[in-house]
Design a protein around this ligand. Structure first.
Ligand SMILES: Nc1ncnc2c1ncn2[C@@H]1O[C@H](COP(=O)(O)OP(=O)(O)OP(=O)(O)O)[C@@H](O)[C@H]1O
Length: 263
C-alpha cells in the first residue's frame, strides 16, 4: 500500500501526425497509481506518447490529466514540478558534473533567480544514492557508461520530486542485476511515495512481474489494456508481435515468457 495517496494519471484521445500518417491514433491510458507498462513493437508510438505528455511534441492533440489537473494548461515550470521524463539514451553535450545534472531537477522548485540551497544539494545527493549512483557525483557525465548515465538521469528525475514519472526503456544498458534494482526502485517509488510510474518496456517478462497495469500499443493505437497477466497472453503476443510465446513459471511461481519462434 502506498503511504501517500497514489497519483492518478489519465490520457484521453492522444493524437499526433507526422510524415503524413497518424503516429498516435486516439490513445487512451488510465494509470490509477502504481506502475504502468507501455509495451508494443518498435515504432508503435510508445516514445511519442511520453513526449506528447511532457509537451515535447508540437501539434499533439488530446487531453492528459494528473490528479484531475489538466497538464496541458500548466506552464512548463508548473508541469516540471509534477512530472519528470527519463528519455531513452539521453545524452548531453559538453562537460557536466553529475551532481550539477541532478541539481537541474531542482530548477522548477526554486526561486527564479535563486541558486542551489544546501537542501537542494542534500536532496540531489540522496537521489543519486537512491538511484545507485552516489559514487558518481563528482564525475563528468560525458565520461560515464550508458548504464551509469541512465542512473544519473533517473536521479535527476527523482530530484524533481514528481507525482508522475515517465521512463522510456529505463533498463536499456543496464546489466541484469542493475535491471532488477531499477525495477525494484520504480516499484518502491510507486508504493512508498504514491508516484504514478509509466514505463516503456521491451522486456515483457518484466512487465508481467513488476507492473500493475499494461497498455499495449500497435501502430499508434491501444490494442489491449489491463492487468499484465490478463493482457500479455500468447494469443495477443502472436497477434501484435507475430511471435509464438509460452508462459513458464519460475521456482517462485513468477511468470517467465519464452519465445519459441515466429507465428
Ligand atoms: N518527427 C517524426 N517524423 C516522422 N515520423 C516520426 C517522427 N517521430 C517519430 N516518427 C515515427 O513514429 C513512429 C513511432 O515512433 P516512436 O519512437 O514513438 O516508437 P516506439 O514505439 O517508441 O519505438 P521503439 O520501440 O523502436 O523505441 C515511428 O515509425 C517513427 O519513425
Amino acid at each position: 500500500m502506498s503511504r501517500e495517496t497514489p497519483a492518478a494519471f489519465v490520457v484521453r484521445d492522444a493524437r499526433w501526425d507526422a510524415g503524413g500518417r497518424a503516429i498516435l491514433d486516439g490513445v487512451h491510458l488510465a494509470a490509477p497509481g502504481g506502475v504502468t507498462a507501455v509495451v508494443g513493437p518498435n515504432g508503435s508510438g510508445k516514445s511519442s506518447l511520453l513526449r506528447a505528455v511532457v509537451g515535447a511534441l508540437p501539434g499533439a492533440r488530446g487531453a492528459w490529466e494528473l490528479d484531475g489537473a489538466d497538464l496541458r494548461a500548466l506552464s512548463a515550470r508548473d508541469r516540471a514540478r509534477r512530472l519528470a521524463l527519463v528519455e531513452q539514451d539521453a545524452t548531453a553535450e559538453g562537460e557536466h558534473r553529475v551532481l550539477d545534472v541532478v541539481l537541474l531537477g531542482r530548477t522548477p522548485h526554486r526561486p527564479r533567480w535563486g541558486g542551489d540551497s544546501a537542501d537542494d544539494v542534500a536532496l540531489a545527493l540522496a537521489c543519486l544514492d537512491r538511484a545507485g549512483a552516489a559514487h558518481l557525483a563528482s564525475r563528468d557525465l560525458a565520461t560515464l557508461s550508458g548504464g551509469e548515465r541512465q542512473r544519473v538521469h533517473l536521479a535527476r528525475a527523482l530530484a524533481q520530486q514528481p507525482r508522475l514519472l515517465l521512463l522510456d526503456e529505463p533498463t536499456n544498458h543496464l546489466d541484469v542485476a542493475a535491471q532488477l534494482e531499477l525495477l525494484d526502485l520504480v516499484r518502491r517509488i510507486a508504493d512508498d511515495d504514491g508516484v504514478a510510474a509509466v514505463v516503456v518496456l521491451h522486456d515483457l517478462t518484466s512487465a508481467l512481474r513488476w507492473c500493475d497495469h499494461a497498455v499495449v500499443l500497435d501502430a499508434g493505437r491501444v490494442v489491449a489494456a489491463g492487468r499484465p497477466s490478463d493482457v500479455l497472453t500468447p494469443r495477443l503476443l502472436a497477434a501484435v508481435w507475430g511471435v509464438r510465446a509460452e508462459i513458464l513459471r519460475a521456482s517462485d511461481g513468477s511468470p517467465v515468457l519464452a519465445f519459441t519462434g515466429p507465428v
